[in-house]
Design a protein around this ligand. Structure first.
Ligand SMILES: [Zn+2]
Length: 374
């Protein structure tokens, strides 16, 4: 049984890589595409509170987020899996994202715990998930609840290749998730988590990993955001308010801006192609344009002040991160490396370095491109 599941997993992985390969060759011409996925919808209400429900909250937050990004980055292409109150299967969400050839997939949800849980009224905090094998039963139960949407579909077992959202054995397949999008997914998850705490005032439940089927099915960096707990009346009030939703949207938009500034492609690639078409004479010029285009398809490098390295991801409340502004983190060689700020010039970074060194004398300047150190 497990063998069959693994075989099917591999078949789908190969299929996904195939789709991604097509996307790469055409991507120079394309705008950065952000896929927003408000969870649930229509007959699927998601978690239900006393005042409202998950499908309503997350649709509104996604629309507000799209509005901010539309204003601040008009060149970014926004794709919604749903922008009305309608039911969609997990597969349909993945299909929308993959056929739009998204560059980033953000699924928005609201959390809850079981009716029998003693902390139901008090549990609170945001967590951002990336795809992986859960390290705790809590993470597994969040993934199980979100994946259980499948059961609304007749013969879901056949459609989802024998995957059973309620069987913990099924989740072993997510351990195989070693694709090229892991680092970028963790990067945006870290930024979103920090922003949900700093900008939306949520408590920190940390960046986590679990087997969300929809994250597994999309061929791009992807995260699933749990904004807060609807079962806690105080948190529900926040999630039900226009102010609370706007704060959540603003937090996610800030994180997107930071990620986008590191990963966007410029349009020089298409310009170079056009100028080559117009002049079209020497081979040398052709080669030059192609080289320039290849370079331009990468994000501009940015400067940052690195001050801390850790073997595990730190809570935002960790005292080692205290007193440093705009903390971000990148994952490198199995380590989480923490830095402050994002600057386009070295002299700006040097100014920031002097400040950070008061607290962390060993801090130094790094240069990042596409989320990697160069
Ligand atoms: Zn949900």
């Amino acid at each position: 049984m497990l063998k069959t599941v693994l075989f099917r997993v591999l078949t789908v992985v190969v299929a996904l890589y195939g789709a991604a390969g097509v996307a790469v060759s055409a991507q120079e011409q394309r705008p950065f595409t952000l896929v927003l996925d408000p969870g649930h919808g229509g007959k699927d209400y998601g978690c239900v509170g006393k005042l409202t429900n998950e499908k309503t909250i997350v649709l509104d937050v996604a629309r507000r987020l799209g509005k901010i990004i539309g204003k601040e980055h008009p060149e970014v292409k926004l794709e919604y899996t749903r922008d009305t109150d309608r039911y969609l299967t997990l597969q349909q969400r993945a299909d929308v994202a993959n056929s739009a050839r998204g560059d980033l997939f953000v699924s928005i949800h609201v959390n809850s715990v079981d009716k029998r849980s003693r902390n139901r009224q008090s549990v609170h905090g945001a967590s951002v998930y990336t795809l992986g094998l859960h390290k705790s039963d809590n993470n597994l139960s969040v993934a199980m609840r979100e994946n259980a949407v499948m059961e609304l579909e007749p013969d879901y077992s056949a459609k989802y290749q024998g995957f059973d959202p309620n069987s913990s054995e099924s989740y072993i397949m997510f351990e195989l998730n070693q694709n090229s999008h892991v680092a970028n997914s963790i990067e945006i998850a870290g930024s979103m988590q920090n922003e949900l705490i700093a900008t939306a005032g949520r408590a920190d439940k940390g960046v986590r990993q679990a087997g969300f089927w929809v994250l597994w099915a999309v061929a791009m960096p992807s995260v699933l955001v749990e904004l807060d707990f609807i079962c806690n009346p105080r948190m529900e009030q926040f999630l039900n308010s226009a102010d609370g939703r706007e704060k959540c949207a603003r937090a996610l938009a800030n994180a997107f801006t930071a990620y986008y500034s590191r990963h966007r492609r410029t349009d020089i690639a298409s310009k170079a192609a056009r100028s080559e078409e117009l002049s079209g004479d020497t081979v040398a010029r052709h080669t030059e344009a192609a080289t320039e285009a290849a370079d331009a398809s990468r994000a501009e490098p940015t400067y940052h002040v690195q001050f801390l390295t850790s073997g595990s991801r730190l809570q935002a409340s960790d005292r080692r991160l205290a007193g440093v502004d705009n903390v971000e983190c990148y994952h490198d060689g199995g380590l989480y490396k923490y830095y402050s700020g994002s600057f386009t010039t070295l002299s700006q970074a040097k100014k920031a370095l002097a400040k950070v060194r008061k607290k962390h004398p060993e801090a130094f300047i790094i240069k990042l491109q596409d989320g990697k150190r160069i």
